[in-house]
Design a protein around this ligand. Structure first.
Ligand SMILES: [Zn+2]
Ligand SMILES: [Zn+2]
Length: 165
C-alpha cells in the first residue's frame, strides 16, 4: 500500500491521518498461517525533524491449526506500530536504522507487516483446555474417546501378563 506523504514532507510538525486496509502480500499464502482478509491500520504519520514517524495500530485475523488437535482456529491480532521513514537522500539520518523511501510516497506494508509477523506466536490452541489427538489412534479427544488409554489397564491383558511370568 503506497501512501502519498507530499503534504507533510516539507513541513516540520505536519501530520496526516492514516486509515488504510492492506491485503496480505502474496508470499504470505501457502504457509501454516493464513491471513483472513485485509489488515486494517489506523494511525498517524508526522514529520518530526525531517523524518516521518508512523504510529498506530494494525488489526486483523489469521487462521492457524491448533497445536494439539490440528483443527483450524481463527486468531485475532492487534499490533502497535511505531516506525520511522526517511527520504533516501535525507542528511544527518542513520539510514540503516529507518525505512527509506524515494519521491513522495512510502510503502506502509514495509512498516506494518514485519511487526505483525513478529507478534505471531509459534503455537496456538483452539481452546485452552484442548485435549488434543490420541497419540495411538489419532482420535480427536475433544469430540470422542477411544480405547487406547483403557487398554493399558485391560484386565484381560493383566491376566496375560500373569501367564508370561
Ligand atoms: Zn485443539
Ligand atoms: Zn486412541
Amino acid at each position: 500500500m503506497i501512501f502519498d506523504v507530499q503534504t507533510i514532507l516539507k513541513t516540520e510538525g505536519a501530520r496526516a491521518n492514516v486509515q488504510v486496509s492492506l491485503l496480505p502480500p502474496e508470499e504470505f499464502s501457502g504457509g501454516e498461517i493464513e491471513f483472513c482478509g485485509e489488515l486494517s491500520f489506523s494511525g498517524v504519520i508526522e514529520n518530526v525533524g525531517g523524518v516521518l514517524e508512523l504510529s498506530g495500530e494494525a488489526k486483523g485475523s489469521f487462521a492457524v491449526p491448533c497445536a494439539r488437535c490440528m483443527k483450524i482456529t481463527t486468531q485475532h491480532y492487534c499490533v502497535a506500530i511505531s516506525e520511522t521513514y526517511a527520504h533516501e537522500n535525507a542528511e544527518g539520518v542513520d539510514l540503516e536504522a529507518v525505512l527509506t523511501f524515494v519521491g513522495t510516497s512510502i510503502d506502509l506494508g514495509e512498516a506494518i507487516w514485519p511487526n505483525v509477523l513478529l507478534s505471531i506466536d509459534t503455537k496456538y490452541l483452539c481452546q485452552p483446555s484442548c485435549k488434543g489427538l490420541c497419540p495411538m489412534c489419532g482420535a480427536d479427544l475433544n469430540e470422542t474417546s477411544c480405547d487406547c488409554a483403557e487398554d493399558e489397564i485391560d484386565p484381560r491383558l493383566a491376566g496375560l501378563a500373569d501367564l508370561l511370568k
